[in-house]
Each structure stands twice: as structure tokens, then as C-alpha cells.
Design a protein around this ligand. Structure first.
Ligand code: MIC
Ligand code: SF4
Length: 640
């Protein structure tokens, strides 16, 4: 049968189950990546598996998130990660080398391979023809231990790109258009596969912008074919040998079809506080802008910084705007230094930040009170910038630069700047000196642990009946940034669960942790798409630590659902969506979980009613939950 590219790659990696949309399957993982904010936990979990070495073809540990070292915590974590990598056969990318997804694309990604990463933007690798999936740290730890990755076989949406982008319209506008049409939950259970004659006009970094922000659709991943553009990119990275041609069969059938005419696309922008809140830039023209932030794994490539440099050439940043740039990698910076473009960026008055995630995750460069900030990032969730009162807009580097120059939102085509097409260099400057290979004498490597690294909490086995109070009721589209905020103050606590738990739901209800502890745990009730956004398992682990027994919602986002299961919290959904109204904060609930056959009956003792609830747990998931979570489950099943 004619196959999509997605299913060709899945087919080549499937080790369990039937590859049919909606069925549970397991795939072999060739490569893994972690970053420091999720990595410390992932490696503590890997250690708990008692293996001598990773079993993947390649595993890389990047440090790019927790890099503001205003105390010993982050620096200690970096040392811990470096020693773990040396011991267990993992490549270690040092802080300052660049952002994990950009670096992985440059130095390690291989078309046709599978990549599992403990970061929700791992699908960036789809830009180079990989099936690259984001997951919780525990799933990545298990993949490093040689276990397959379990997922629901996806539906495949074909996004056909026709034509060519006009000047000052860019790849970011393509993905913003997809978000505008499909929304932040439009991709759940699906892979976005790009085809059409427009594909050949996009370089790998442009494709990677699109697959990266496909995460905001809730999609399992996104993928582009591996073609001449891919070959040229790999050649410029001196990795010609890693290239192979890959595409869907010409008559492949897809579950859904979307067509985008690139010629008629205009500059777009996402308004606060959701990435799918997309309008035309010109509709907001004239809005005063106070801050502009460039970078993040979405828009920090050579292509993007060249465009920014071109637009800034001999033009100063507007006095009312503070602009900052966090480049994607040292390679990107070195390229612009070598070709002379870096000078225009410095001369403009741009503040140069580290080659890391930085402001994207609230690690510095927070906007002022009530500010309007334009960011080339992928997420504008409430409070993520570090300033709750700020209005964060997401846009292309072109639109961000136009605002930096004028102090207001303006369609970049209005500036009269000469159009510019960025072609990739024939050869990038290559210097892997900040990537440390694993030790040749692993037995001699001591793991270095700082005082902030606390042991992993474990969950008790599942009781017969879950009882307790609804500690919090929230609405639709609650993100992991609501559940477990990040930012410069909280991120350093990622390896200290008791401490980080004090911040659960801080932006929604700061009294939550205290109330949860006082009540001895309880339930959370949520709307649709609960847990969208990041892969951070702390959004499950910290609530588990606070005694959350079950989360009952209208629907869940994919990675968070898996994380809840991994930490033994039962994810339940209402059989009838409208029953969401029948359970209120403060209600006393009771649910018998001796048999997890659906529907289950949720007794609302306060209201004196019964509400049917269900779940999508596979038999394996049920075993995991009964065992108190994935780690205890896996330890029983893994042999050296
Ligand atoms: C994010 O963009 O939210 C992060 C920080 O990269 C997360 C990971 C994390 O929370 O540690 C992600 O997207 O998975
Ligand atoms: Fe880093 Fe931001 Fe990308 Fe997350 S979305 S990996 S924080 S740059």
C-alpha cells in the first residue's frame, strides 16, 4: 500500500503492535536527547535502572535551559550531568554551546532515524526527515535503557505547501497559519507531514521552524521529506554520509489534507496568551512595543540571524525598545562573524544574550510591567516570560526586527528594506570542542552530586478506593506552565521535588500546595486539552508528591497524559463532556479503582450524585499505574 513518510519510518522501527491509526504501538528509538531542565531527573531515573551504559545508537545531553547561575544549584546540576554523561556513554554539550534542538539538527540528526527527547520541541528534527518525538524524562530514560517507546499510532495530516513565500514572509508565518487554522489542540494524536512544490523552496532551518512549533498544535510530531535541501544542509555540516533521500509514496493516502498557498501568505502574529491566537500583523499595526526578544529553538538559526542582521544593517534599534538576541548555537554566531553580518547586529544596539533558551523560558530578560513584547519564540503562555502583566506576542524574525526598529507593530514589508534571500553557506564553521564524548574509562568516573539534588520520591501502590477533595478546578487549555511554572526562580529546583512542589499552580492559585498538603492530597478537575505545552514531567511528579490521586478532565494533551501515567496518577475523562459542570472545587469525591474497567463511577458525595468517567489506558498503562508508576514497573522488567 502507498505509504506516507511518517508510516515508512514508523514501519522500519515498529517492534510491537499493529501500525494502524489509533492503536497502541511500540517503536525502537535510535537517538535520544535531553536538556538540563528535564535531564537531571531523566538521569536520576536512568541511574535507578542500574544499567552500565546507554543502549541507543546515540544519546546526547545538552545544557541550555538552566544557565543563569545566581546560586550553586544550576552549576551543580551541570556538573552532575557532565559526570553522568561521561559514565554512561552519552555525549555532553556544554552550557553556551547552543540550544539543544538547533545543535541536534546541526551535528547529530539523521534522516529516517527516530529521536526521543525530553523536551516537547524535539520534533524540530522533523525538519531533517526524522521522526522526532518529545516525551517525559522517564520515557527517555527507558529508551536510553533500550526499551521501546510506546505511543498511539498517529493519524497523518498532509500539509501541502504550494508556491513560494514572498519577501519578509517566512517559515514562522507558515506555522502560525497552521496554528490559526487548527488551534492548540488540533494536532493531538496526529503527525503533520509536509509535501508540495513549496517544500523544495524551504531550507532545513526554515523547515525546522515549522516542525518545531508544530509542538504547539499538540501534534505527536511533524516531518519533512529528506531531499536536495537536506543533502545540502548535511554537506555544509560535513555530514554528507548521513544523508539519504526519503519521501512519501506519490499516491500516499492521508487522514486529512490541508493546502497552504505560500504566495498569498502574509506576516502573522500570535496575540497573548496562546500560540493559536493568530491575526495578521497589519491588523495590529501601530501598537507600541517595549521589548523585542529574538532566538529560541524556533527562530535562532543561521537563516534567521542573517535576516535580522540584514534588516538591522546601518539602522539603530528604536529608543523605546529594548531588544535582545539569544543565538541558537556557536556555529550560527561564528558564521555571522566570519561573513561580516554580526557587526550589523552589534552596531544596532541589540543586547547579546547567551546561546541558550534564555528569555523563552523566563531565564532572564523578563519584560517590564504591562509591557508589550514581541518574541520570535513558540510559546506565550501567561507568566512564562517572568512578567505576568506583560503581553507576549509571537512572530517571525522579520516582524520582530521591524518592531525593534520602529517601536511599534508594523508589517515588515512596509519598511522599504531591500528584500533578501538567505542561502545557506556551502560549509558551516564546524567546531565540536564543546561537545564532550563519553569517557573511555567509565568505571573511573565519579558522579558529582550537589546538595540540591534530592532523591526521587516514590509513590505507594494504588489503593482500592481513591477518596478526597477537589483541590482545584481549572478551565480548557491549561498548560504545563500553569501547573508547574518555570523561570529563573523555579527552574533551579528541578532536581529537588520537595522544594519545587511549593510552586505547583502558582500562577493559578498560590495556595494550592499548602491546601493539597493539608488535605492529604486529592483531585484536580480540568477542561479540554489539559497539560498542553511542555514535556516537563515535574507537572506530574510534583502534583504526585503533593498527593494528587487522579486528574479528571474533558481531555488531555499527549505528553502530559503519558507523564501522569508514568508517575502513577490516574488520568480520567468525563464520559459526557457537560459533566465537567457537575464537579466543583471543594467537592468530596470517591472512586473505586479495584477494577479499571470503564466506565468508572465517580461518586460526588458533596452533591450526592454519580458521574461516569472513563480512561484511555492500555493494559500496560494499567499495570504501570498499579505498580506505582513507570520506574518501579520498568525496574521489574529490565534486565541488564
Ligand atoms: C519549554 O519550552 O517549556 C521547555 C522548558 O523547553 C520544556 C521542557 C521543560 O519544561 O523542562 C519543554 O518544552 O518540554
Ligand atoms: Fe528552550 Fe524555549 Fe525551545 Fe523550550 S521552547 S527548548 S525553553 S528555546
Amino acid at each position: 500500500m502507498a505509504s506516507s513518510l511518517t508510516y515508512k519510518i514508523l514501519e522500519a522501527h515498529c517492534v510491537e503492535g499493529e501500525l494502524k491509526a489509533g492503536s497502541p504501538v511500540a517503536i525502537r528509538i535510535d537517538q535520544t536527547l535531553t536538556q538540563d531542565a528535564t535531564g537531571t531527573m531523566a538521569y536520576l531515573q536512568f541511574e535507578a535502572l542500574d544499567l552500565a551504559r546507554v543502549k541507543t545508537e546515540l544519546s546526547v545531553s545538552y545544557v541550555d535551559h538552566n544557565t543563569l547561575q545566581s546560586g550553586f544549584e544550576n552549576a551543580d546540576d551541570h556538573r552532575f550531568l557532565q559526570s553522568i554523561a561521561a559514565k554512561y556513554g552519552i555525549y555532553f554539550s556544554r552550557p553556551g554551546n547552543g540550544i539543544c534542538h538547533q545543535l541536534h539538527l546541526e551535528r547529530f540528526g539523521v534522516p529516517g532515524k527516530t529521536l526521543l527527547g525530553s523536551d516537547s520541541h524535539t520534533p524540530t528534527g522533523g525538519g531533517i526527515g526524522m521522526i522526532a518525538i518529545g516525551a517525559g524524562g522517564l520515557d527517555v530514560a527507558l529508551a536510553m535503557g533500550g526499551r521501546p517507546f510506546y505511543l498511539t499510532a498517529p493519524r497523518v495530516v498532509n500539509i501541502q505547501l504550494n508556491g513560494r513565500l514572498n519577501p519578509f514572509v517566512s517559515a514562522k508565518d507558515i506555522i502560525l497559519e497552521v496554528l490559526r487554522r487548527l488551534s492548540v489542540k488540533g494536532g493531538v494524536g496526529k503527525v503533520m507531514e509536509y509535501t508540495g512544490d513549496g517544500v523544495a523552496t524551504l531550507t532545513v532551518p526554515e523547515r525546522a521552524t515549522i516542525t518545531n512549533m508544530g509542538a504547539e498544535l499538540g501534534a505527536t510530531t511533524s516531518v519533512f521529506p529528506s531531499d536536495e535541501q537536506t543533502r545540502m544542509f548535511l554537506k555544509a555540516q560535513e555530514r554528507d554520509a548521513d544523508w539519504k533521500a526519503l519521501e512519501a509514496d506519490s499516491n500516499a493516502e492521508y487522514d486529512e489534507q490541508i493546502t497552504i498557498d505560500l504566495n498569498s501568505l502574509e506576516p502573522l502574529i500570535a496575540r497573548p496568551h496562546m500560540p493559536d491566537n493568530v491575526v495578521k500583523v497589519k491588523d495590529l499595526a501601530g501598537t507600541p512595543v517595549h521589548q523585542v526578544a529574538m532566538g529560541s529553538c524556533t527562530n535562532s538559526s543561521y537563516r534567521d540571524l542573517m535576516m535580522v542582521a540584514h534588516m538591522l544593517k546601518e539602522r539603530p534599534i528604536h529608543p523605546n525598545v529594548t531588544a535582545g538576541l539569544a543565538p541558537g548555537s556557536r556555529q550560527v554566531v561564528m558564521s555571522l562573524i566570519q561573513n561580516g553580518y554580526w557587526e550589523s547586529i552589534i552596531a544596532s544596539g541589540m543586547r547579546i544574550l547567551e546561546n541558550v533558551c534564555g528569555p523563552c523560558i523566563g531565564m532572564g530578560f523578563s519584560p517590564p510591567t504591562d509591557a508589550v513584547t514581541l518574541r520570535t519564540f513558540n510559546r506565550n503562555f501567561l507568566g512564562r516570560s517572568g512578567t505576568k502583566s506583560a503581553s507576549v506576542f509571537l512572530c517571525s524574525p522579520e516582524t520582530a526586527t521591524a518592531a525593534a526598529l520602529t517601536g511599534e507593530i508594523i508589517d515588515p514589508r512596509e519598511l522599504g528594506i531591500k528584500p533578501f534571500t538567505v542561502s545557506l553557506p556551502e560549509k558551516f564553521p564546524i567546531d565540536d570542542s564543546m561537545i564532550i564524548p563519553p569517557s573511555k574509562t567509565p568505571d573511573k568516573v565519579e558522579i558529582i552530586r550537589g546538595p540540591n539534588i534530592k532523591p526521587l520520591p516514590v509513590k505507594e501502590a494504588l489503593p482500592d478506593v481513591l477518596k478526597g477533595e477537589v483541590l482545584l478546578k481549572v478551565e480548557d487549555n491549561i498548560t504545563t506552565d500553569h501547573i508547574m511554572p518555570a523561570g529563573a526562580k523555579i527552574l533551579p529546583l528541578r532536581s529537588n521535588i520537595p522544594a519545587i512542589s511549593e510552586h505547583v499552580f502558582e500562577v493559578v492559585d498560590p495556595s494550592f500546595p499548602q491546601r493539597a498538603k493539608a488535605a492529604g492530597g486529592g483531585f484536580i478537575v480540568g477542561g479540554a486539552n489539559y497539560g498542553q505545552g511542555s514535556s516537563r514531567e515535574h507537572a506530574a511528579l510534583a502534583p504526585m508528591f503533593l498527593g494528587i490521586k487522579a486528574v479528571i478532565t474533558v481531555s488531555f494533551a499527549r505528553i502530559h497524559l503519558a507523564n501522569l501515567i508514568n508517575f502513577g496518577i490516574i488520568p480520567l475523562t468525563f464520559v459526557h463532556e457537560q459533566d465537567y459542570r457537575k464537579v466543583n472545587q471543594g467537592d468530596q469525591l470517591e472512586i473505586d479503582v479495584r477494577s479499571l474497567e470503564t466506565p468508572l463511577i465517580l461518586r460526588n458525595k458533596t452533591q450526592g450524585i454519580e458521574v461516569p468517567v472513563t480512561h484511555s489506558l492500555s493494559e500496560r498503562d494499567i499495570d504501570v499505574i498499579r505498580a506505582g508508576g513507570s520506574l518501579s514497573f520498568a525496574k521489574k522488567h529490565l534486565k541488564q
